[in-house]
Design a protein around this ligand. Structure first.
Ligand code: AMP
Length: 213
């Protein structure tokens, strides 16, 4: 199936997309991951987007559309895909329409993860991870045995540069201003299903599966 997952940062759409991708074999495409990879590899795109991402602002439509087109050129998406974090603006939604109609792979469902802003702030500002083995933690919900230290290899944990409270509030404001208007664009086509992203992850997964029926 060809899906879009929309929702504010920290609404759990990435986690759910990963699980659904593993279960169904649909390709998980996260533009945030693709951009972070470009930053890590110091590619020309990576160098231009690094500071924008750190500040929690949106990367330009042209850049993110180019990165997405490049991803589709790998040619492994015909059996199904889950777009996670794209489109985030109406301009991106229009560009996606053009790309997918060329490939004859139109979107079949848009799942919107609804979570209140204050829950998002608590979730995101508490996120930590191990820079060596990438194990994710949360200071309140999934704390390591020793505060600030990875259980597996003893490495000091780090916070994503855009996960501080100010940055999270910027990202949320961008979501409300720029991304939420994308939802009616798909609602008019009858593609939108809403799930409660504030529920425990297993329940959210069940709601997602129901939304695909
Ligand atoms: P995410 O991992 O989805 O929260 O994305 C992290 C950051 O990457 C965002 O705060 C933006 O700076 C950038 N980003 C990811 N996807 C997009 C997109 N579709 N449009 C613009 N910026 C994006």
């Amino acid at each position: 199936m060809r899906l879009i997952f929309e929702g504010p940062p920290g609404s759990g759409k990435g986690t759910q997309a990963k699980k659904l991708s593993e279960r169904r074999g649909w390709i998980h495409i996260s533009t945030g991951d693709l951009l972070r990879e470009a930053v890590r590899n110091r590619t020309p795109v990576g160098l231009t987007v690094e500071s924008v991402m750190r500040e929690g602002r949106l990367v330009s439509d042209a850049t993110v559309v180019e990165i997405l087109e490049e991803r589709f050129r790998r040619g492994d998406c015909a059996a199904g895909f889950i777009l996670d974090g794209f489109p985030r603006t109406l301009g991106q939604a229009a560009a996606l329409d053009r790309i997918l109609s060329r490939l004859k792979l139109p979107v079949q469902r848009v799942i919107v993860f609804e979570v209140r802003d204050e829950i998002i702030v608590e979730r995101i500002t508490g996120r930590r991870s191990c820079p060596v083995c990438q194990t994710p933690y949360h200071v309140k919900f999934v704390p390591p045995r020793k505060p600030g230290i990875c259980d597996k290899d003893g490495t000091p944990l780090v916070q994503r540069p855009d996960d501080g409270e100010d940055r999270v509030r910027t990202r949320l404001a961008k979501y409300h201003e720029e991304t939420e208007p994308v939802i009616p664009f798909y609602e008019r086509r009858g593609l939108v299903r809403r799930v409660d992203g504030g529920a425990p992850p297993d329940e959210v997964f069940k709601s997602v599966e129901q939304a695909l029926a």
